[in-house]
Design a protein around this ligand. Structure first.
Ligand code: AKB
Length: 323
């Protein structure tokens, strides 16, 4: 197994990428983690804590330039169009998610990378999936985002088999965090509800109150990503499709958890087109393979997450950062 020395993060300005980059800089050294985004300005912290560049994952040249300039040996490919935006613009989702992934895999082979990490999602499943999704079950997504995630997993597994590329991936549930807002997913309500609770003490949710989905708090998401990246190759019985579970709750459970801290918080529900997407996904996932192969063990539950989220957002609100 090759050593990880210089990491390129695509989609580093996004919800997960921004916090993952900072965690990686703490661990591997600031100059060893190159953050990249497409258009959105990075936060001051992201920009000042290490190298940052604008690239386009659909342009091989722009990614290759980074690989050569920094002698990159590991790519964490976070750039993707999520489910909500993907349903509004399916061709854009296909183009960015498929061609971007293909470019990263080809460059991974060309430059003999130590590791390529390509996250997947609970969006790989569709309406017929058991409510607790097993590791191995039929994948019949009904969103373009899900279609690209299934294809991406299979494609990356092909590169492991055909070219010996060490590509790994995990199926993220909805990720909840207090630093960068998510951009265009279906699980975004589970983040927005906290921001609105802190700012306005009310939130109108775009899915029904009984909508139950698998979710995870950001510190666990970062841990899962880095633990899988660093796991010994010979311990992995699969490569690009690890289920990772953490918590499962309804939108109403989340509102009730917030009310324990903000009793006058008012929740209401007006489902939009994202209800159908949420309804097509399972309630929870089985993650025995991740636990057995690389020791996956999440730390947070809905109570500990809610306490921490509200404390962090209230501190940011007091500084005027949530306006
Ligand atoms: C989305 O809602 O599209 C994402 C995901 C579950 O992959 N957060």
């Amino acid at each position: 197994m090759k050593e990880i020395k210089k990491i390129l993060v695509t989609g580093a300005v996004g919800q997960i990428g921004s916090e993952l980059t900072l965690a990686l800089r703490d661990k591997y050294g600031a100059e060893h983690v190159i953050a990249t985004g497409r258009k959105t300005e990075p936060s001051k912290e992201l920009k000042e804590s290490g190298p940052f560049h604008f690239i386009d994952v659909n342009s091989v040249d722009s990614v290759e330039e980074m690989i050569k300039k920094y002698e990159i040996d590991t790519i964490i490919h976070m750039a993707a169009i999520l489910s909500g935006v993907g349903e509004k613009n399916p061709m854009l989702a296909w183009d960015v998610n498929m061609n971007g992934t293909l470019n990263i895999l080809n460059l991974g082979v060309k430059y003999d990378m130590a590791r390529v990490i390509i996250p997947s999602s609970i969006a790989v499943w569709g309406p017929g999936t058991p409510s607790v999704a097993p590791q191995d079950t039929a994948l019949h997504p009904t969103t373009m985002y899900g279609v690209t995630k299934v294809a991406g997993e299979i494609l990356a597994d092909y590169y492991v088999l055909k070219y010996g590329l060490d590509s790994r991936g995990l199926r993220y549930p909805g990720i909840i965090s207090s630093e960068t807002l998510p951009g265009g997913g279906t699980t975004d309500y589970a983040v927005a509800i906290y921001y609105e609770a802190v700012k306005n003490k009310k939130y109108t949710c775009f899915v029904r109150e009984d909508t139950r989905l698998p979710m995870m708090y950001m510190p666990d998401c970062i841990k899962a990503t880095i633990d899988l990246m660093e796991a010994p190759f010979d311990k992995l019985n699969r490569h690009n499709d690890y289920n990772v579970g953490s918590m499962s709750f309804t939108a109403k459970d989340l509102a009730n958890a917030i009310k324990k801290h903000i009793p006058d918080f008012v929740d209401s529900y007006e489902p939009d087109f994202r209800q159908a997407i949420a309804d097509s996904w399972p309630d929870d996932v089985e993650d025995d393979a991740a636990r057995k192969d690389w020791g996956w063990d999440p730390s947070h539950n809905i109570e500990s997450m809610t306490k921490d989220m509200l404390e962090k957002l209230q501190a940011r609100h007091a500084k005027g950062e949530l306006e």
